[in-house]
Design a protein around this ligand. Structure first.
Ligand SMILES: Nc1ncnc2c1ncn2[C@@H]1O[C@H](COP(=O)(O)OP(=O)(O)O)[C@@H](O)[C@H]1O
Ligand SMILES: [Mg+2]
Length: 329
């Protein structure tokens, strides 16, 4: 399959007072047209920084190395104006809190039409029609009068819909969603996930869905990448990841998700310990200090990613079975 986006050996570093922080180390991703890729990991695992690097939106003290190709064209190192054009038209990103991206002092209509007037050189009246259509496509009722509303006049879920509508205005090829449902209650979250699925079917948009929640991954992703300490731990199609995972960290994440098909009195297990300090990563596998299957070499050497089945990779030395019951408290 011709890849839409090809990420190779991507690393993200930040210059800090404590030295270089390696937020992302040597990750590879492929994204095909219309595909939904889930990216999962605990807080601080490098999920956001990976995709901010792709967007060219890293903080001032950060820089990326490696390669990010969109339709074969290298994005790392593009000029700010080239990047900003590409962001409007090919790539879009939405965040957990839409208020950070919306201007509180401008109506939704003004903010939406400006995007079109700027990127598409549309006339105001045409832009308004297009904005109304976009609000309709995310199921906002009475869109004509809603254009006159300010961001604070919408509920959290509605604001996220507006954000999605705004980002879909240019029909980007890739929509990166960074924990867009994390702040929403479960019913609203389900509606947003359904909406994203619908948009993807309608427009063929590829979606990168970043979350710390495997329950959400199960509802939307086709393929899943598991990150830890800025490294790729495992990647597989969603069924394989849930049913035949091969990485102790994936196992740990799965054990902390409630399952309705199991005895509900069974205790949910959390992964013992804390995510690593990225300024002082251990020498070997970053997960080794917390891993139930740790071996001596895990603390010396980072295992290479190996292909264990078509489309299924993992980085782990452990060769025996998983499923060892942790002792836990
Ligand atoms: N501007 C910055 N300066 C220094 N370190 C940063 C900066 N932004 C992010 N980081 C580091 O990158 C790590 C990974 O961040 P991030 O990708 O946002 O994690 P998450 O998986 O929760 O999205 C953070 O834990 C932090 O250590
Ligand atoms: Mg994040």
């Amino acid at each position: 399959m011709a890849e839409l986006l090809e990420i190779r050996d991507l690393s993200v570093h930040f210059r800090t007072e404590d030295g270089l922080v390696h937020a992302v180390s040597h990750v590879d991703f492929d994204l095909g047209e219309g595909e939904v890729l889930g990216v999962v990991g605990e807080s601080g695992s490098g999920k956001s920084q990976t995709w901010l690097a792709v967007m060219g939106l890293l903080a001032q003290n950060g820089y990326a190395t490696g390669s990010v190709k969109l339709h074969g064209r290298e994005l790392l190192g593009l000029s700010p104006s080239q990047l900003s054009h590409m962001r409007g038209v090919q790539l879009a990103m939405i965040f957990q809190d839409p208020m950070t991206a919306l201007n509180p002092y401008l109506t939704i209509g003004r903010q939406m039409t400006e995007v079109l007037q700027w990127h598409r050189k549309m006339r105001r009246s045409d832009a308004e029609k297009r904005a109304v259509k976009a609000l309709e496509s995310v199921h906002i009722s009475d869109p004509v009068s809603r254009l006159k509303s300010y961001p604070h006049e919408f509920s959290g879920g509605m604001r996220q819909r507006v954000m999605i509508a705004m980002n879909m205005l240019n029909e980007p090829e890739i929509l990166i969603c960074d924990e867009p449902t994390t702040a929403l209650d479960v019913t609203v979250q389900a509606q947003i996930l359904a909406l994203l699925n619908e948009l993807r079917e309608r427009f063929g948009t590829a979606i990168v869905f970043i979350t710390h929640d495997l329950g959400v991954i199960a509802q939307i992703a086709e393929r899943v990448a598991v990150l830890y300490g800025g490294r790729m731990m495992e990647q597989a199609d969603v069924y394989t990841l849930f049913e035949d995972y091969r990485h102790p960290y994936t196992e740990g994440l799965l054990r902390s998700v409630p399952r309705m098909d199991e005895d509900r009195t069974e205790r949910l297990l959390t992964i013992p310990g804390n995510p690593p300090n990225l300024a002082m990563l251990p020498k070997g596998c970053p997960f080794s200090p917390r891993c139930a299957y740790v071996e001596a070499r895990c603390q010396q050497q980072m295992p290479e990613l190996e292909v264990i089945a078509p489309g299924h990779v993992r980085a782990c030395f452990h060769s025996g079975k998983l499923g060892r019951q942790e002792t836990g408290a």
